[in-house]
Design a protein around this ligand. Structure first.
Ligand code: HEC
Length: 106
């Protein structure tokens, strides 16, 4: 009996020491970039990963691709394709705010 209790106690301690990771891992310490990345991940990468694997957005390449993102989403307005999930008003605002910080807007 004591052994079982000890076992349970040890298990609980282990769980407390290593909490389960949150669903969305935080990828950067800049909150605006993080928010923009989560939008790209949720609304763009879901499709690109299969249909356009050379354009999967990552925290380390999204700045470099900012101009392309801006053109596709805000100028030509052809992303996220009709078959994708549209961005909410708030997601558009967040993405635009981040893009404005990249010094690429006309
Ligand atoms: C349902 C699928 C799908 C979704 C969702 C999607 N894309 Fe795409 N995207 C594609 C495909 C397929 C291509 C390559 C063919 C083409 O350019 O139409 C592409 C190409 C692109 C390109 C390259 C175009 C160029 O002019 O070089 C960019 C940039 C892009 N997507 C950005 C985005 C962004 C940003 C989002 C999210 C807001 C997004 N896409 C969502 C399928 C998708």
């Amino acid at each position: 009996m004591m052994k079982i209790l000890l076992f349970l106690f040890a298990g609980t301690c282990l769980l407390a020491a290593f909490p389960a990771p949150p669903n969305q891992p935080v990828v950067t310490t800049d909150p605006l970039k993080e928010a923009a990345y989560q939008i790209l991940e949720k609304k763009c990468n879901v499709c690109h990963r299969k249909k356009n694997p050379f354009m999967v957005f990552k925290p380390r390449n999204m700045e470099r691709r900012a101009e392309k993102i801006y053109r596709a989403v805000f100028v030509q307005q052809r992303m996220p394709k009709q078959t994708g999930t549209p961005l909410t008003e708030e997601e558009y605002r967040t993405l635009k705010t981040w893009l404005e910080q990249q010094n690429i807007l006309p």
